[in-house]
Write a protein that binds this ligand. Structure first.
Ligand SMILES: [Ca+2]
Ligand SMILES: [Ca+2]
Ligand SMILES: [Ca+2]
Ligand SMILES: [Ca+2]
Length: 359
């Protein structure tokens, strides 16, 4: 085999390298500024491992998108915990579709898509008004030998579209999942920055690794009626392994929130702000964690010094101006019966002195 032929074959099989964007789980310059930035800490764990494959937490720190070369590229910085957490991505890119997920969509990923749909009682995951999803793409990862898996399905207005597993992979460009349709997914789980653990206000700015997807635009045109796709709306969130417990990692963000729970009971239209972003959007700055320690907002991202810098007034006795303990306040000792800050013999004597007492 001569060199020219080897080169041709190599290029021919480098299916994850597109003209502009490399689908590898890392941010490309072509994406430009983020369309959305996460504003909520993650209650699904803050990953600290820093490896491209395994992660011990999930978060979506922002959203980037680009339409070029016949593809819709989506880049979602953050982490996907390698316990088969799911990232569910819904795309509204053509007329029609589903504002509330139906129950007769394709059975893909152990029927995980329909697990989010109407169970026959009139529920079903509902998007913001005007967002009518036309496609679902999902990725998961885990296993003793690390692997990633992708799924996708069409979401027809009347249900019963086409769907299929996209395939399996690992991490980075070499581990990208390249489907028979050309749909490509990649993961780089290296991030240890972005939002921290919690349910309060967070900031996902500056994260450059995560989940990356390239969707050939022709996949939206199953009936010849899609027309030119010049923009698309994207809603993405982290879900648990059965697609049946949504985290608080939704993009656009929730502005501080607990995990949302069963997806089929969620109506994004009832939640503040847009739980989606649009190609071409420019994200605003992260919300300042204004007076976090004085507003009863969870502030696990903040040190005592941060809280003082934000205007909190430390009283010097373990409390802030509104009586809240600072985030790093020492916790009461278990066994400190008399509350003097020390577990010692006086606590035992207190117990003995009350021996036999019944309420
Ligand atoms: Ca990339
Ligand atoms: Ca649509
Ligand atoms: Ca993080
Ligand atoms: Ca909303």
């Amino acid at each position: 085999m001569n060199y020219t032929l080897i080169t041709t074959l190599t290029l021919g099989f480098a299916a994850t390298a597109f003209a502009q964007v490399v689908v590898d789980g890392a941010l490309d310059a072509e994406y430009g500024l983020p369309n959305a930035v996460q504003n909520t800490q993650t209650a699904f764990g803050d990953s600290t491992i820093g490896m491209p494959d395994f992660a011990n937490g999930s978060e979506i720190d922002g959203g980037h998108s680009l339409i070029a070369d016949g593809y819709l590229y989506i880049f979602l910085p953050g982490n996907l915990e390698s316990v088969f957490n799911k990232i569910d991505i819904f795309i509204d890119a053509r007329a029609g579709g589903q504002n509330t997920l139906r129950a007769d969509n394709p059975d893909v990923d152990f029927d995980g898509l329909n697990r989010m749909g109407d169970d026959g009682t009139g529920n079903g995951l509902t998007f913001d008004a005007g967002f009518e999803a036309d496609m679902w793409v999902s990725m998961t990862c885990g296993g003793e030998v690390f692997a990633t898996y992708g799924s996708y399905a069409e979401l027809h207005t009347t249900g019963a579209g086409f769907g299929m597993p996209v395939g399996a992979g690992t991490s980075g460009e070499a581990g990208a999942i390249v489907g028979k349709t050309g749909l490509t997914l990649a993961l780089d789980n290296s991030n240890i920055a972005g939002v921290g653990y919690g349910e309060g206000i967070g900031c996902g700015e500056g994260v450059v690794t995560g989940v990356e997807v390239a969707i050939p635009l022709y996949l939206f045109d199953w009936d010849g009626a899609a027309g030119d796709i010049t923009s698309a709306k994207i809603c993405a969130f982290i879900n648990n392994s059965g697609h049946d417990y949504m985290s608080n990692q939704v993009i656009g963000g929730l502005g501080g929130s607990v995990n949302l729970g069963d997806p089929r009971n969620i109506n994004f239209d009832l939640l503040d702000g847009n739980q989606f972003f649009t190609v071409g959007d420019v994200a605003g700055p992260c919300p300042p964690p204004t007076g976090a320690c004085c507003l009863d907002v969870s502030c696990s991202d903040l040190s005592d010094a941060d809280c003082v810098a934000l205007g909190g007034t430390y009283n010097g006795d373990g409390t802030f101006c509104n009586g809240n303990p600072p985030p790093c306040a020492p916790q009461p000792c278990e066994g400190d019966i008399n509350g003097d800050g020390t577990v010692d013999v006086s606590d035992i004597l207190t117990v003995i002195g009350n021996w036999g007492c019944t309420q």
